[in-house]
Design a protein around this ligand. Structure first.
Ligand SMILES: Nc1ncnc2c1ncn2[C@@H]1O[C@H](COP(=O)(O)OP(=O)(O)OP(=O)(O)O)[C@@H](O)[C@H]1O
Ligand SMILES: [Mg+2]
Length: 218
């Protein structure tokens, strides 16, 4: 369960100081697939990064299963995020000198370092299984720069699912993916939500949003 209560967030920019969130509230229950809709600059990406603990609101609380993540230190927040949140960011962020397979395996290696030791073979099998689901297993030994935009987006989704997170935050995950594969990805998100996870999708695609259980307009 995610409970966002009374958050305020402002930015100082060349345009001056402006308030993006003024007493913003949102509750998201486990097992739901939610869509976030809003015009460019409305704050969709900022909201996801606040839920992921990458940015803190100026005030207010963001509770995940009762834990206010705004009270965590940067290090605690990074550990919490790696264990609980799969974040598919709007800008494609890869380790450019690592292969596709290594980029996808990375969250599991960080997890085994901080928590339970996982067998290298099991990690690789899981990564390859995800690459297969997203039809990119033939690209496992390539580098991100050698892939198309849509292929890289699918690598990002595979990486976000690697640690089987209970919360999946997807910021325009299918922007450069063809319509057939977009549908498959949205159906997968819906199935993940049915299995008890929280999936939050930011999208401008009304077809994708129509499959969500609820739509939040910001
Ligand atoms: N670090 C920052 N410093 C100053 N302004 C920022 C910062 N981050 C975001 N903003 C501003 O906050 C507003 C919301 O940005 P955000 O990226 O959340 O929008 P968005 O709804 O995701 O837009 P889009 O649909 O174009 O991706 C924008 O006006 C942006 O310029
Ligand atoms: Mg955005």
């Amino acid at each position: 369960m995610i409970e966002i209560e009374h958050i305020y967030k402002s930015f100082d920019s060349s345009r001056g100081r402006f308030n993006l969130f003024n007493d913003f509230n949102l509750n998201v229950k486990d097992g739901t697939f939610s869509g976030i809709q809003g015009k460019s600059g409305a704050g969709k990406s900022t909201l996801l990064s606040i839920i992921a603990g990458l940015q803190k609101p100026d005030s207010g609380s963001v509770k995940i299963d009762g834990l206010d993540i705004c009270t965590l230190s940067d290090k605690e927040s990074a550990v919490f995020r790696n264990q609980n949140i799969g974040f598919i960011s709007q800008e494609q962020s890869f380790l450019e000198n690592f292969t596709v397979l290594d980029n996808v395996r990375l969250p599991s290696y960080i997890l085994s370092h901080s928590k339970k030791q996982q067998d290298d073979r099991i990690i690789t099998e899981r990564a390859m299984e995800l690459l297969k689901i997203f039809e990119i297993s033939h690209l496992a030994s390539c580098y991100p720069r050698e892939l198309s935009g849509g292929e890289n987006h699918r690598v990002l989704i595979a990486r976000a699912l690697m640690n089987d997170p209970k919360i999946i935050l997807a910021d325009e995950p299918t922007e450069s993916v063809d319509s057939e594969r977009t549908e498959a990805i949205i159906i997968l998100f819906k199935e993940l939500a049915k299995s008890g996870k929280i999936v939050i999708l930011v999208s401008h695609d009304n077809n994708a949003l129509s499959l969500c259980d609820a739509i939040v307009k910001i």
